[in-house]
Design a protein. Structure first.
Length: 250
């Protein structure tokens, strides 16, 4: 398999929900003759804005070029926060701000957008994910991916479509890739820990632990935050082939 230059091919790294890892993109994620990764947001609430800032901080080549949302005040607040945090990377103009239920379609129609961040409430996620893949975009999407069985089945179909189109999907399930969680689960599975008498977890730690078998299905590949076409090892780094892109979490 061919090695990929990490310094020029990763677009997401540590910080909050996007924060536990990186997606290694195929060469077509970059505009022709450019080292820029042009990013667009679909949904721009508080959580999504933090995700976008993490994304823009991940690599010198990232820049935000478009936003879709229902409400102008949300857009204004999000842009103000991004311009304060990463002023040189926000290239959104009034012409690339889109409002309304169909705003996501206008973002996806932009030929110069390489990556979309799907940050709306989860009920919209299956529809926007499918549309983004059909438009040929690489994707980061917030969790959860759906809210009902119909939506889950749609995600599984979208995973197959990502396989076919060699596109990457990353989900913000960061804790399952943190080394101390992986070590704890390893000890549990090895029987190194005594029987549990009580347990608790802080809010926001609901990702499935490593070793649950979710990676065996298309839905599992999305859950795991890996490329739908990528290898299943959490330790996979910087490998691509003609049929897959490896997603790396660090």
């Amino acid at each position: 398999m061919k090695k990929v230059d990490l310094s020029r091919r990763e677009f997401l790294r540590a910080g909050a929900a996007v924060s536990a890892g990186a997606v290694l993109m195929s060469d077509k994620a970059f505009a022709a003759g450019s080292d820029k990764l042009r990013v667009a947001m679909i949904g721009c609430g508080d959580r999504g804005t933090k995700d976008a800032i993490d994304c823009l901080n991940a690599d010198p080549g990232t820049e935000m070029v478009a936003i879709a949302d229902m409400f102008q005040d949300r857009v204004d607040k999000s842009l103000a926060e991004m311009r304060k945090a990463v002023p040189d990377k926000v290239k959104v103009t009034p012409q690339t701000v889109f409002l309304g239920f169909d705003a996501y379609k206008k973002v996806l129609a932009m030929k110069d957008v390489d990556i979309v961040l799907l940050l709306t409430p989860p009920g919209f996620r299956p529809v926007t994910l499918r549309a983004a893949l059909e438009a040929g975009k690489h994707i980061f999407m917030e969790k959860p991916g759906a809210v009902d069985p119909v939506g889950i089945r749609s995600l599984m179909e979208s995973a197959d479509l990502a396989d076919q189109k060699k596109l990457s999907i990353v989900v913000g399930t960061q804790q399952r890739w943190q080394p101390h969680y992986q070590e704890l689960m390893k000890r549990v599975h090895n029987g190194d820990l005594s029987a549990r008498s009580s347990a608790g977890r802080p809010i926001g730690t609901g990702a499935a632990p490593s070793g649950t078998g979710r990676s065996a299905s298309p839905a599992g590949r999305i859950w795991n935050g890996r490329s739908a076409a990528g290898p299943t090892s959490p330790g996979c780094r910087a490998t691509t082939s003609s049929s897959s892109t490896c997603t790396t979490w660090t």
